[in-house]
Design a binder for this molecule. Structure first.
Ligand SMILES: O=P(O)(O)OC[C@H]1O[C@H](OP(=O)(O)OP(=O)(O)O)[C@H](O)[C@@H]1O
Ligand SMILES: NC(=O)CC[C@H](N)C(=O)O
Ligand SMILES: [Mg+2]
Length: 508
């Protein structure tokens, strides 16, 4: 999950790209970058850090031109601390191309080898996005072999990318002196929307990860980019679109609705906020099977993301809803921080209980999801220390038991709290009196209720079903060994549940 944005305008785009990145900051806090195009020249600035820290006035001044792309990074490949992996990436041939990517390729190792051996291209970092850029560059070189750059050549190059790349990718790219290209993988796993605004000098276009960027920057949402589809906007403002995949299917990532996206976004025609309300309703019904509303004195959300679900859950149960934790507004999202030590420290800095909401009460805490359990372990403890009599914890998402390979950094089963544990064991592990999880069917129903036209979702972290069909136990073992980020607590506890890990269930 990264945030991407691209604009073709009639006036300088540096400020609109900066503002767009601020709105997409929740999708990546590790690095940020902007590239603008002024005639045939690219101007680029990128570095590790939050948007507000990366761009100084002097950087903004140098980002000249009416067309540009930008990225906020939450790393899934390579290393979090490497500024060399900040995006966008650049290649000089053919034509000069820059690219920003949200997602994760599942065959980037093979592609890197292939690029080197067959295409004579060198990839200098461990980033799968640099691989993706070089595949696009090679395909564009092939499709424009008479040196003519036109829509047909661009769409044929994107078709080549679809043939070679596996995994998840929503991409914005720019070709020097020519235009902006955007495309989504054939399953539409990661989101991408397109919008426009009319000016006196003509139509301006924007593509972005989430519709909230359109709302806040004065663009009207046109539609979602379809799975497999490519969009081309020439720098003169000519707009083209074409389906470039052989067999596109709609399987958006369900975790966007659970946690990743902002609630005020609409993704694939589905209001994220509305789905979170429905998640709260169905979770209330699940809880009712075990507890009666009289057993609960108060429902308390774990801010921020769980708020709409918790509110609706409380309404459904007829139990008082209270804000029992105050969130420090200056601390970012903890789940997308790199490294377990930093995540752990940040939860306590970020959330602090209001004593009277807990003292001598039976509290039901609600979170959108429980992944590593970093948040819930500390929150339950805080509730107890504040004097709660009973502490129940409910999750608007089902147990996360399988790694995600499509752009969410949860690569190892060991670090996932629910892998190999029953609900009772999870409650014991986090110190709660009981835990309640949404069922996957109920989660899917909550999302489809907001748009019945989309019926399938990429849900692998809940069911181990990897839709791209290329994720083998060997691949999972490989990413587990590459991306262990030093979660020592989990390494210690995993020995007790290793037998329960079911590798074969990850095959599909
Ligand atoms: O079980 P864990 O590994 O702790 O992960 C899950 C938690 O992390 C996220 O919160 P985060 O602080 O990232 O963002 P938020 O403020 O948007 O809720 C999510 O909303 C859960 O609270
Ligand atoms: N979360 C993402 O979308 C990450 C994009 C890319 N795989 C990277 O690691 O930079
Ligand atoms: Mg949270």
């Amino acid at each position: 999950m990264c945030g991407i944005i691209g604009v073709v305008a009639k006036s300088p785009v540096n400020q609109v790209l900066y503002d767009g990145l601020q709105v997409l900051q929740h999708r990546g806090q590790d690095a940020a970058g902007i590239v603008t195009a002024e005639g045939n020249t690219f101007h680029m600035h990128k570095a590790n850090g939050m948007v507000r820290d990366v761009f100084r006035t002097r950087n903004m001044r140098s980002l000249k031109g009416n067309m540009g792309i930008a990225h906020v990074r939450y790393p899934t490949a390579g290393s979090a601390s490497s500024s060399a992996e900040a995006q966008p990436f650049y290649v000089n041939s053919p034509f000069g191309i820059v690219l920003a990517h949200n997602g994760n390729l599942t065959n980037s190792e093979q592609l890197k080898e292939e690029l080197f051996q067959q295409d004579l291209r060198h990839v200098n970092t461990n980033s799968d996005s640099e691989v993706l850029l070089n595949v696009l560059a090679h395909e564009l070189q092939e499709s424009s072999n008479n040196h003519k750059l036109n829509a047909a050549a661009v769409f044929s190059a994107v078709a080549g990318v679809h043939r070679r790349c596996r995994g998840a990718y929503a991409v914005v790219a720019m070709i020097a002196g020519y235009g902006l290209v955007a495309f989504r993988d054939p399953y539409g796993i990661r989101p991408m929307v397109i919008g426009k605004t009319e000016t006196e000098s003509g139509t301006e276009y924007m593509v972005a990860s989430e519709s909230v960027a359109m709302d806040t920057l004065g663009f009207q949402l046109m539609r979602d980019v379809a799975p497999g589809e490519a969009i081309l906007v020439e720098q003169t403002g000519e707009f083209y679109s074409q389906q470039c995949a052989m067999n596109p299917k709609y399987y958006p990532c369900i975790f966007e609705y659970v946690y990743l996206a902002r609630p005020d976004s609409v993704i694939d025609g589905i209001s994220v906020y509305e789905t979170r309300l429905y998640m709260g309703e169905s979770l209330a019904e699940k809880i009712r099977l075990t507890l009666s509303p009289e057993d609960i004195d108060v429902v308390i959300p774990i801010p921020d993301t769980s708020r709409p679900s918790a509110l609706q859950l409380a309404n459904r149960l007829g139990v008082t809803y209270r804000e029992g934790f105050i969130k420090n507004r200056y601390i970012g999202r903890t789940f997308i921080m790199p490294g377990q030590a930093m995540r752990k420290k940040s939860v306590r800095q970020k959330l602090n209980p209001i004593g009277i909401e807990f003292k001598d009460k039976n509290v039901l805490l609600v979170d959108d999801s429980i992944v590593r359990g970093t948040t819930s372990k500390q929150i339950v403890q805080m509730a107890r220390e504040a004097g709660a009599r009973k502490v129940y914890l409910a999750s608007a998402a089902p147990p996360v038991r399988f790694p995600n390979v499509y752009g969410i950094d949860m690569p190892t089963r060991q670090e996932l709290l629910a892998t190999g544990r029953t609900d009772d064991q999870i409650a014991l592990e986090i110190g709660a009196d009981a835990v309640f999880y949404q069922d996957l069917d109920a989660l899917i129903a909550a999302v489809t209720k907001a748009n019945p036209l989309i019926t399938h979702f990429e849900s692998s972290c809940f069911n181990g079903d990897y839709i791209t069909g290329d994720v083998t136990p060997e691949y999972l073992a490989m990413i587990e060994s590459n991306r262990n980020d030093g979660n020592d607590d989990d390494k210690a506890s995993v020995s007790t549940r290793q037998l329960d890990l079911n590798l074969s269930s990850a095959e599909s």
